[in-house]
Design a protein. Structure first.
Length: 652
């Protein structure tokens, strides 16, 4: 018996040692995070800065009916068409086109054949007609209700919409982020439901992903690929990742450590800071970058109702004292800042409004000498204390209102205040509460306000400067005319463009006149492009937008994310690592030691993580299924040997 026990113990010990040895081998690229419920190498992991609260609704018509940053807006919902703002190209997605009749009073929408909701039901003209009537019945102040007289299905794929008045831009209601939101709903799902209470959960949409599961405790949403997605046959587009995981970004130290390990593919630029980007780049982690300007540059708004800012020359003098290059050099949201040159973002879709001769004629530059020349031309002089005064003796003294630090707006305000004070114009930065600042702007109780520039609002989303100019029509501005820019000639231009085809060649002189008016009068001064700096991990997926291949807007929170997902492909196996590497330090809070494709990664955490590859190690990657099979075989084999020895012992 003693001998038998020794055999059994020896067998068990051998089994334990062999399994331990095998488990120390690298088993492939995929390192499964404990919190991730789907295979890592089949999932794209995206982060949001939003703290989610809605996990059981997808109703765009009610407050709290959807959760921004859940992925529903980005990879589940689709729009009928999109604009590629990099190129200005129209992407006709669920539709094949449109046409107008009766002097823009009748709109014809043509739906593509083969588009399907994720439950397999075809998207047809009946869905659009139903959605129009739903708006008119329940949401009487919506864009649809205010502009549409009636809608009918001519056939299965053709919709006729009668408008209350001519509108040559009505097609934009079907565009991404159109003026009526995600309003087209599947009739077979929403019919008979109360749109003020209906949950639409799990959501029925036409996008390439559908709900897999939500994890409220983890603040996480997991979406699964629609295997019979209609875009595969209609457009030849199908995403490689089987899952898209959206999670709220963890604290910065954890977020950075996760990115370096490959536990997140697309962090949110707002929270993944410039310092974190520098650390990631220095670590040698596999990644790409895609810095890109937001639609609205940061800039300065003048209160044109208050003397002397009511004088164009004073506004231009301040423009000459605005050091855009200095602001760009200190820009905190990207590795490199960029001065704002145009009155709109520097986008391909808006290049048609970049009239080079006008920008040369009204050249905005940092030039204090020109500022002095302008003020002297108005009869302004410097007082004995070095402060400029108007002809009636009023000192030039302004407050600059903005958000508190560390915002870009606050940076601009302080750089401007320093320049003004150095020049002899008193300036102080104010950072009131949100409510107080909004009241100051509404009532005109401010001098200079630093915010994103106002003209690009509207024009960027449609690619049409008419939309930006419309915001300054006196009928729209109303009582705000004076402190905000209004102009009778601008009203005339807007009224003329309102009923014209946006592509009419006769519009060109009017577009040019709008640009010249804003440059000459300078109600707003663009200062620096609002650049975000997305980074993407490439350990598992390649094909992300990059500086050298910016094929679509690179922001993961935009609905154009589906066009990024279509381009992603599994990353090829990484080459063997080189020899001794340098040590990089990062902020973090824990200790990990792992073996990743032949590299020994030692992460020491006491507010720093040290990553060191000590030497080149050649190992063969073992497929994940091999180890359990080998271990099981060894256990069975040793158990069999032990049993055989015991039988023989007893037989003796």
């Amino acid at each position: 018996m003693k001998y038998g026990r020794k055999i059994v113990l020896a067998a068990l010990l051998s089994t334990f040692l062999l399994i331990s040895l095998l488990s120390s081998l690298p088993i492939g690229r995929a390192q499964q995070p404990a919190w991730l419920p789907v295979p890592r190498d089949q999932a794209v992991i995206i982060e949001t800065d939003v703290d989610p609260a809605v996990f059981d609704k997808a109703n765009p018509f009610i407050p709290g009916g959807t959760q921004w940053g859940s992925g529903w807006h980005q990879n589940v919902v689709e729009w009928d068409w999109y604009i590629n703002y990099i190129t200005g190209e129209y992407i006709l997605w669920r539709i094949s086109g449109w046409e107008y009749k009766d002097n823009f009073r009748t709109f014809i929408l043509k739906i593509r054949d083969g588009v399907k909701w994720n439950d397999g039901v075809q998207y047809t003209a009946e869905d659009v007609v139903f959605s129009v009537n739903l708006q008119k019945q329940y949401f009487t102040s919506s864009f649809i209700s205010l502009n549409v007289e009636s809608a009918r299905a001519i056939d299965k794929l053709t919709v006729e919409i009668r408008l209350k008045e001519p509108n040559p831009r009505f097609h934009h209601v079907f565009r991404m982020w159109g003026p009526n939101g995600e309003w087209v709903r599947p009739k077979h799902v929403w019919e008979g439901k109360d749109p003020l209470t209906f949950a639409n959960w799990p959501p029925v949409e036409t996008g390439p992903y559908k709900l897999w599961k939500v994890f409220p405790d983890l603040k996480m949403y997991v979406w699964e690929r629609v295997e019979d997605y209609w875009g595969k046959t209609v457009h030849g587009k199908f995403p490689a990742p089987k899952y898209v995981v959206w999670r709220r970004a963890p604290p910065a130290d954890v977020d950075l450590a996760d990115f370096l390990r490959g536990d997140v593919d697309s962090p949110i630029p707002f929270l993944f800071t410039v310092d974190m980007i520098r650390t990631a780049k220095g670590s040698g982690v596999s990644m790409v970058e895609a810095p890109f300007p937001d639609p609205v540059p940061f800039g300065i708004q003048f209160n044109m109702a208050r003397y002397p800012l009511s004088l164009r020359e004073v506004r231009w003098a301040i423009a000459y004292l605005t050091n855009k290059d200095k602001v760009a050099s200190l820009y905190p949201l990207a590795l490199e800042g960029k001065p704002a040159y145009y009155i709109h973002a520097d986008w391909g879709a808006l290049k048609k409004y970049e009239y080079k001769d006008l920008y040369e004629k009204y050249k905005i530059e940092y030039n204090p000498a020109k500022a002095e020349e302008l003020l002297k031309s108005l009869g302004f002089t410097k007082g004995p204390d070095g402060i400029w005064v108007t002809p009636n003796g009023t000192r030039l003294s302004f407050t600059i209102t903005t958000w508190g630090p560390p915002s870009v707006e606050n940076l601009i305000a302080n750089v401007l205040a320093d320049e003004l004070n150095r020049f002899g114009i008193e300036a102080a930065v104010l950072t009131p509460s949100f409510a107080t600042r909004e009241e100051m702007r509404r009532t005109g109780n401010f001098w200079i306000d630093v915010e994103v520039s106002h003209l690009p609002h509207g024009m960027w989303i449609s690619g049409d400067i008419y939309e930006g100019a419309l915001r300054h029509h006196s009928k729209i501005r109303g009582a705000e005319c004076g402190k905000q820019f209004c102009n009778p000639r601008l009203d005339e231009i807007v009224d003329t463009l309102r009923t014209r085809d946006p592509n009419d060649p006769a519009n060109e002189p009017l577009y040019r006149e709008i640009v010249e008016m804003f440059l000459r009068e300078l109600p707003y001064l663009p200062v620096v492009e609002k650049i975000f700096h997305p980074v993407f991990g490439t350990k598992y997926w390649v094909g992300w937008p990059t500086t050298d291949n910016m094929y679509i807007i690179p922001y993961n929170w935009w609905p154009q994310l589906i066009f990024i997902l279509f381009e992603l492909k599994p990353a090829p196996p990484a080459p063997p690592p080189p020899g001794q590497q340098t040590v990089t330090q990062i902020l973090t809070t824990e200790v990990r030691t792992t073996v990743v494709r032949g590299e020994t990664i030692v992460q020491t955490i006491a507010r720093t993580v040290e990553q060191t590859v000590t030497k080149e190690v050649q190992v063969e990657i073992v497929p994940g299924w091999v180890l359990p099979a080998v271990a099981a075989g060894i256990v069975i084999g040793i158990a069999g040997i032990a049993a055989g020895l015991l039988v023989r012992r007893r037989a003796k």
